[in-house]
Design a protein around this ligand. Structure first.
Ligand code: SF4
Ligand code: SF4
Length: 167
């Protein structure tokens, strides 16, 4: 199955984000921001037990799901950026939590006609790819969802067993 692959290490540095994805409902805003947010939550977030991002939000717009995946309720979020400042690991980039909602539907309509997601045409730096990718953690390639793979330098692993605190 073909999927989008977002390379966070390229995408997070580039400021020329693909405006082809921007359409009338959210001019100047594009689905790649949503992809970046989702990719950070899926792969980079440490899933903190005390989740300072969640407690910093004045509008209860962030929630750790039962799967431990962070979710931002966009209709509650005012884009105040408190969560971005609260995260000790820099997971929540300010530009990926805009007030104006952006959506990525993986260009499902285009795919039916045999075309590729439109962001591929706007990204000239290789930050977005489309193809058949397998998860390969040793190469920093992770599956974030059925439609999205994430490539990033990934240097943490959560311990299965949390050692007891020393007295
Ligand atoms: S940016 Fe949104 S999710 Fe983050 S603290 Fe502010 S309202 Fe909550
Ligand atoms: S504070 Fe940062 S690392 Fe911790 S759960 Fe929130 S986003 Fe993830």
């Amino acid at each position: 199955m073909k999927r989008l692959l977002i390379d966070l290490d390229i995408c997070s540095k580039c400021k020329e984000c693909g405006m082809l994805c921007s359409y009338i409902q959210h001019p100047g805003n594009n689905g790649i921001m949503t992809l970046r947010e989702f990719a950070h939550f899926a792969v980079v977030c440490r899933r903190c037990d005390d989740a300072p991002c969640v407690s910093s939000c004045p509008w209860e717009a962030l929630e750790l799901q039962p799967s431990n995946m962070l979710k931002r309720y966009m209709m509650r979020c005012t884009s105040c950026k408190n969560c971005s400042r609260a995260c000790p690991f820099g997971v929540i980039y300010p530009e990926t939590i805009p007030f104006v909602i952006s959506r990525c539907d993986y260009c499902m309509g285009r795919l039916k006609d045999g075309e590729v997601p439109i962001c591929l045409q706007s990204c000239t730096h290789g930050g977005i790819q489309y193809g058949e990718f397998e998860e390969k953690k040793e190469d920093g390639i992770f599956k974030a969802s059925d439609h999205l793979m994430v490539k990033t330098v990934f240097k943490w692993e959560r311990a299965e067993e949390i050692p007891p605190k020393k007295k």
